[in-house]
Design a protein around this ligand. Structure first.
Ligand code: ACM
Length: 261
C-alpha cells in the first residue's frame, strides 16, 4: 500500500489557493492514501468568531469536502484532510475522509489545544477506524498526540495506521509519535504544516518535520521544517496486526487493565 503525506504552508482564509497548492503537490504522485495537515484549507490562527463562521463548512456537503471527494475520484486515491467543520451554529476542528467512491467519514478533534477552545467544541464522536484498501486507518488530529489514550484507543479498535493531520507548535510530537508506533505496533503518518501565522496580535510558528513511522518506531520518511512537499512510502499494513514482541509478550494480551485507571 502506498502511503503519503503533504506538508505545505496554507494561506489564512484563502481556501481556493490552498486547494490549488494541494492539487499541484498531489498531481505527479500515485498513492493509495494521502494525509494533509490540520485546518489545511483555512489556516489555523482564527482571531474572532466571525472568521470561523465565514470559513467553516458543513461535512460532507460543503464545497471543500466536495472538492476532496472529486480529487479522490480523479486521482483514484483516499484523502484525509483537516478542515474547519460547521454543524449548525457549532464548529469542530475536523478531518474529512474521502475515497474514489466518495465520502467515507468525519473525525472531530477530541483534545483541543489552547485558543482552539475559543472557536471549536471538542469532538463528540470518539475515535474511529476506517477500511482503506487493505488497511484499517484510524484518525486523530494534532494535540491528540499528547494523550496516549488516543492512539491506544485507535489501535485497540484495530487501526494498522494512524493518520494524524497536524499544525504542530510544540517540539515533542515527532518523538512521541515514534513511541506511539512502538507501544501499539502500528504505522503513523503525521502531516504537519510549515510557516508562521501572525494575526490578531498573536504569532505562531509551525514546526514541519512531517513524518511516517513504522511499527518499531523507525522513521520511514521525514521532511525538514521549511519545504512544501509530498512524500510517499510503500508499507504492508497487515504486519501491524501482529502485536507479539517475543514468544512471551504480546502488547495487547499482556495489558493489565484491572490495574489501570
Ligand atoms: C495543535 O493541536 N494544533 C497544536
Amino acid at each position: 500500500m502506498l502511503l503519503s503525506y503533504i506538508q505545505f504552508k496554507p494561506i489564512f482564509g484563502d481556501i481556493r489557493k490552498n486547494l490549488a497548492a494541494i492539487t499541484k503537490l498531489l498531481a505527479p504522485v500515485k498513492t493509495d492514501l494521502v494525509v494533509l495537515p490540520e485546518l489545511c484549507t483555512t489556516g489555523y490562527l482564527f482571531s474572532n468568531k466571525r472568521e470561523i463562521r465565514a470559513l467553516a463548512e458543513p461535512l460532507p456537503d460543503g464545497e471543500t469536502a466536495r472538492f476532496f471527494i472529486e480529487l479522490s475520484r480523479q486521482k483514484n486515491t483516499h484523502i484525509i484532510a483537516g478542515i474547519a467543520e460547521r454543524d449548525g451554529n457549532v464548529f469542530y476542528n475536523s478531518a474529512v475522509i474521502t475515497g474514489p467512491e466518495g465520502y467515507i467519514g468525519t473525525y472531530r478533534k477530541v483534545h483541543l489545544y489552547a485558543e482552539e477552545k475559543k472557536w471549536f467544541k471538542p469532538g463528540n464522536k470518539g475515535f474511529d477506524v476506517y477500511k482503506i484498501k487493505s488497511a484499517r486507518v484510524g484518525v486523530m488530529i494534532c494535540f491528540d498526540w499528547i494523550f496516549p489514550e488516543s492512539a491506544r484507543t485507535l489501535a485497540l479498535k484495530g487501526a494498522d495506521i494512524i493518520a494524524h493531520p497536524s499544525n504542530l507548535v510544540l517540539p515533542w510530537c515527532q518523538s512521541a509519535m515514534r513511541v506511539r508506533s512502538i507501544e501499539n505496533r502500528i504505522f503513523t503518518v503525521t502531516a504537519n504544516r510549515i510557516g508562521r501565522e501572525t494575526r490578531g496580535g498573536k504569532s505562531l510558528k509551525f514546526t514541519g518535520k512531517s513524518q511516517m513511522t513504522g511499527m518499531r518506531g523507525e522513521i520511514l520518511a521525514q521532511s525538514g521544517n521549511s519545504q512544501s512537499e509530498i512524500k510517499t512510502v510503500s508499507i504492508n499494513p497487515q504486519k501491524a496486526r501482529n502485536k507479539s514482541l517475543n514468544s512471551f509478550n504480546d502488547l495487547f494480551e499482556d495489558r493489565r487493565t484491572k490495574l489501570y485507571m
